[in-house]
Structure formats: structure tokens, C-alpha cells
Design a binder for this molecule. Structure first.
Ligand code: GLN
Length: 458
């Protein structure tokens, strides 16, 4: 692989925006040498990994798939990257995404969309399409993604891989380019549930440099995956089927595989309960207000003055305001601008109570729905995404951006509540032969339950 080649890789996936071949080979050689010397090495030493290009890495570009950061280089590593290095895992490169992680199809990348290995004419999901495509196509055994509203889980679902959004605060966000800070989480993408658990244990746990980081270390996840996969591993597990996340809007083949998954859980000894979550229907609207508001604030720093891309106005005086305007006009794509404008509007004086304030109230109601559900069951289950992978260009966002946002209907409630969720492969939809994802959700800090349930279904 030519490390400087940013065009499509061999398989035409465009999964990587940067390939870090030389350094990855060096690390692999060092691990080999250390192993030959009989050194004690961490469990995943020598296992290569791909990193979403929203997570900063020293010595490699970090673009957020935006022109704004195209030539920017991070002077430091994100905590999760430091932990990968400490675990002696070769970093293969940086994976494609929707610009600043905003999207469900990877079509918003400034460097062209990543593609679905199942069918190159179809989307690999978003925003973390590159990580999911790389893992599915065996370009990398593991990857890291970020999930603000589903960007790890929905790509996992539509590519037939495993994706986990950990408990909010469970994995450090230090060095992760912020999209919406009250929602963002870093998590694993893999081909098996156990692989995801092993990676989660490497990157998770307290980080004093992230003020939202949970105090306790992460642990017991791989053990939970092994327990779930064992004979009788799901016996007695109480599983709630979320009534609101089935039916209208869900593709028939997705629903069929979902019903079969629920049957398989029952046969494996799980107790199935139907759960009502009356406020989930408002979650999508609340998410798009809260997320956009935070986006408008977090992206204010890309002003062409402090760092990143700078564009000077073609004519007229060079005031700071005009440089910022020209920079942001040229540096951001249409979806990023849409969200900045929406968020700025929602936060503007006089509108706060009507929009942001109301959305925060809905967020509390969604959290209460979950709290009530988890009094009755150990985990909740739903399809991860309403449809299988659609074709590139199938959604006309300039006419109706809502249609793209509806992809997030099943993944967003957990981000609003800060709780963990996993997507595991649930077979192929009969009508199109494409992968379907099954999602489990668990209470905060109970990520282990996801690994048990996910491995039990796998
Ligand atoms: N599809 C969601 C959005 O566009 C997911 C974003 C994410 O999780 N980063 O906001």
C-alpha cells in the first residue's frame, strides 16, 4: 500500500483516509522481536487496529473528513491512542467518516464516501463507515469509532460487524474531536463480540484528562462475553423488547430477523418481556436540537485564526470577521453548516425555552423511560437500524434531511441517556440479502451485560 495514497484502496472501499503502513510494520516487528526474546506482552500486542479520523494521532493526519483540518497535524495523541500504543497494537491508519461525524451514510466525507464491502454501490453507514468497512472487509481486525447518535452501531449493523457504544464517560474522550460533548463516546468495532470486549478493556477506564471520565477502571467485559457464549450463558437473563422500536418505518426483513433473534434469545433461556417507552418517539427531535446546539458551540473554534484551514476573502478588507466567514464558508460542507445554523438558532436569545430547553426536558423523560424499563429487565433489545444498507445517493438530503436522520431512530435514545449499547449481526434480510443488526442496551456502567447478551446471540 502506498502510504501517501488517499484514493481508494484495493477493494475500492475508500475506508482509509490515511494509511500508516511504515509505522505499523515497525511496531509489528518490535512486537515480534519482543516475543522472540520471551518478553511478557499485553494480550492484544501485535494485533493491528484502524482508528476513526476523528481521534487525534501524533505523526499522522487527523482530518475529521473535513477540508477544515485537511492539513492540520495533531501535536499529541488522544488517550485512547496512547493506550493502543501502550498495548503494542500497530495503528494501520485513519478511517473515513462523515465530516465531523455528522451523518448516517459516510456521504458527507469531504474525501468521498467509504463503501459497503457487501455491495460497493451501497453505504457502509455513518458516520463511522470507514471503520466498519475496514473491519468487515478484513482490512483490519479491529477499529475504533465514535458514537454520538449511532455512528458506531449503525455502520456495524449495515456491514454485519460488531459495534459498541460504551457508557458515557467509560472511555476517555481526551483528544477526540468534539461533535456534541454530552453525547459523544468512543468505542470498539470488531468482527466478534469477544474481540470488542478485549479492545474495550484496552481503551476504557478512568482518565484524569477527561473531566467526564468515570472514576472506576473497566473490567470483566471479556469474561462476560465468554460467559454469554458458554452453554446456558443466557439462562435467566431478562430481556425487554422495546415496543416503540419496531413496526412502522422498519423494513420487513429487518423486523423478521429481529423477531427470530428474540426467539433465539428465548430458546437460549432468556426471559422475554415487552417494554413500553412512551417518550422514545420524541427522542429523535430532541437529539437533533441538543446535538446541533452543541455542534454550533464546539465547531466555533474552526475560525481560520487559531488552527486549521484559512481562506482569505477574495476582495475587500481583511478583517477577522471576514477571514472567519471565508474560512468557514469554504472549509465546511453543507451538512455541517446546516447543523451549525440550526444549533445557533436553537440557542439564540428568546428561543432557548422553546427549543433547547424543551429538548432537555425530553431527554430527562427518555432517561426515565430507561430507568423504569431497567427495573423490570436486565437489557433491552431492538433492531439497530430501521433498514439495511441503502444505495449511495438514495437519500436526497437537500430536499429532506429528515429522511437521513430517521436512520438514527433506534440508536439515539441511548446517547440521550448516556447508557451503553451494542450492535451484533443478526443475519441477512431476506428481501435484499444484506446484514441486519440487533441492538442490546444496558444500564449505565453495566456494559458487561451487553457482552454477555451479544455473545449469547452471536
Ligand atoms: N447519524 C447521527 C448524526 O448524524 C450519528 C452521529 C454520530 O454518532 N456521530 O448525528
Amino acid at each position: 500500500v502506498d502510504p501517501s495514497d488517499r484514493s481508494r484502496g484495493k477493494a475500492g472501499l475508500n475506508a482509509f483516509l490515511h494509511v500508516n503502513a511504515e509505522e505499523a510494520l515497525e511496531v509489528a516487528a518490535e512486537v515480534d522481536a519482543a516475543r522472540a526474546r520471551g518478553e511478557q506482552l499485553p494480550g492484544l500486542a501485535g494485533v493491528p487496529i484502524a482508528v476513526k479520523d476523528l481521534i487525534v494521532t501524533k505523526g499522522q493526519p487527523t482530518t475529521a473528513a473535513s477540508r477544515m483540518l485537511e492539513d492540520w497535524r495533531s501535536p499529541y495523541d488522544a488517550t485512547v491512542v496512547e493506550r493502543l500504543r501502550a498495548a503494542r497494537m500497530p495503528i494501520l491508519g485513519k478511517t473515513n467518516l462523515d465530516e465531523f461525524a455528522m451523518g448516517s451514510s459516510n456521504e458527507h466525507s469531504a474525501f468521498g464516501p467509504a463503501r459497503n464491502p457487501w455491495d460497493l454501490a451501497r453505504i457502509p453507514g455513518g458516520s463511522g463507515g470507514g471503520s466498519a468497512a475496514a473491519v468487515t472487509a478484513f482490512q483490519a481486525p479491529l477499529a475504533l469509532g465514535t458514537d454520538t447518535g449511532g455512528s458506531i452501531r449503525q455502520p456495524a449493523a449495515v456491514t454485519g460487524s460488531v459495534g459498541v457504544k460504551p457508557t458515557y464517560g467509560g472511555v476517555s474522550r481526551y483528544g477526540v474531536i468534539a461533535m456534541a460533548s454530552s453525547l459523544d463516546q468512543v468505542g470498539p468495532v470488531s468482527r466478534t463480540v469477544l474481540d470488542a470486549a478485549l479492545l474495550h478493556e484496552v481503551v476504557g477506564g478512568h482518565d484524569p484528562r477527561d473531566s467526564t471520565s468515570l472514576p472506576e477502571p473497566v473490567g470483566g467485559l471479556a469474561a462476560a462475553a465468554r460467559a454469554g457464549a458458554a452453554e446456558g450463558g443466557l439462562a435467566g437473563l431478562r430481556v425487554g423488547v422495546v415496543k416503540e422500536l419496531t413496526g412502522e418505518g422498519f423494513q420487513p426483513g429487518v423486523e423478521q430477523r429481529f423477531r427470530e433473534a428474540v426467539e433465539a434469545l428465548r430458546e437460549a433461556g432468556a426471559e422475554i418481556v415487552e417494554i413500553e417507552t412512551p417518550h422514545f418517539r420524541y427522542a429523535l427531535g430532541a437529539y437533533y436540537l441538543i446535538m446541533s446546539s452543541e455542534v454550533s458551540s464546539n465547531l466555533a473554534k474552526y475560525d481560520g485564526v487559531r488552527f486549521g484551514h484559512r481562506v482569505l476573502p477574495e476582495e475587500g478588507p481583511l478583517t477577522i470577521e471576514r477571514v472567519m466567514g471565508a474560512t468557514r464558508a469554504a472549509g465546511f460542507g453543507a451538512e455541517v453548516k446546516r447543523r451549525i445554523i440550526l444549533g445557533t438558532y436553537a440557542l439564540s436569545a428568546g428561543y432557548y425555552d422553546a427549543y433547547y430547553g424543551s429538548a432537555q426536558k425530553v431527554r430527562t423523560l427518555v432517561q426515565r423511560d430507561f430507568a423504569a424499563a431497567f427495573e423490570q429487565v436486565d437489557v433491552l433489545v431492538s433492531p439497530t437500524a430501521p433498514t439495511t444498507a441503502f444505495e449511495l445517493g438514495a437519500v436526497d438530503e437537500s430536499a429532506d434531511p429528515m429522511q437521513m436522520y430517521l436512520n438514527d431512530i433506534a440508536t439515539i435514545p441511548t446517547n440521550l441517556a448516556g447508557i451503553p449499547a451494542i450492535s451484533v449481526p443478526g443475519g441477512l434480510a431476506p428481501e435484499d440479502g444484506l446484514p441486519v443488526g440487533i441492538q442490546f442496551m444496558a444500564p449505565a456502567r453495566e456494559d458487561a451485560r451487553l457482552y454477555r447478551a451479544g455473545a449469547g446471540l452471536e
